[in-house]
Ligand binder design. Structure first.
Ligand code: ITT
Length: 181
């Protein structure tokens, strides 16, 4: 079974492809940046983005909107993660977190799947903490500062795909696709 993943982010695509292989699903990449309406709710943003994109693509596809939510910063950067990563990056987040004791954070991924008629959503979450410094050279985005069970995602490599928010959301999504057959 094949399914089209629309994303401008190669890191996201590579992980989805690798996770898809475990489920016997071939994830195809359509590299494209699409319009994301602003908002505070990741699920709503993903759903609306997919509905807008569906007018153009017309065949089944999925997108995935993800974000890093830091408890001490009241959930920042959350839905603004992409912009914050491009502007202040990991260094900026570490600076904001200097001297902050509560380092709890989570990643959330929302998949919005257009099945040819309507949009369905699937979610995945992983809890961790913001490391005191960047560690590791694998992965992408905020991986060097997101610590899970003592190691950052950037230190975990392929093992990240066993526990990540993306894995959990894709697991639900692929389970749904397989049940359709
Ligand atoms: P598309 O919207 O084109 O898919 P994007 O990079 O803009 O790509 P998002 O809007 O979902 O993706 O933004 C999420 C941000 O959070 C982005 O900067 C990612 O690098 C980062 N991010 C998402 N998942 C991550 C993960 O597993 N590890 C580290 N950073 C992640």
């Amino acid at each position: 079974m094949r399914v089209l993943f629309v994303t401008s982010n190669e890191g996201k695509f590579k992980e989805a492809k690798s996770i898809g292989e475990k489920y016997g699903i071939e994830v195809e990449w359509l590299k494209e940046e699409y319009l994301e309406p602003q908002g505070n709710d990741l699920e709503e943003i993903a759903k609306k983005s997919a509905e807008l994109l569906a007018e153009k693509i017309r065949e089944p596809f999925f997108i995935e909107d993800s974000g890093l939510f830091i408890e001490a910063l009241n959930g920042f950067p959350g839905p603004y993660s992409s912009f914050v990563f491009k502007t202040i990056g990991n260094e900026g987040i570490l600076k904001l977190m200097e001297g902050v004791e509560n380092r709890k954070a989570y990643f959330l991924a929302v998949i919005a799947f257009f099945d040819g008629k309507k949009v369905l959503t699937f979610k995945g979450k992983v809890e961790g903490r913001i490391a005191e410094e960047m560690r590791g050279d694998k992965g992408f985005g905020f991986d060097p500062i997101f610590e899970y069970s003592g190691r950052t995602f950037a230190e975990m490599g392929e093992e990240k795909n066993e526990v990540s928010h993306r894995r959990r959301a894709l697991e639900e999504f692929f389970g749904y696709l397989k049940a359709l057959r």
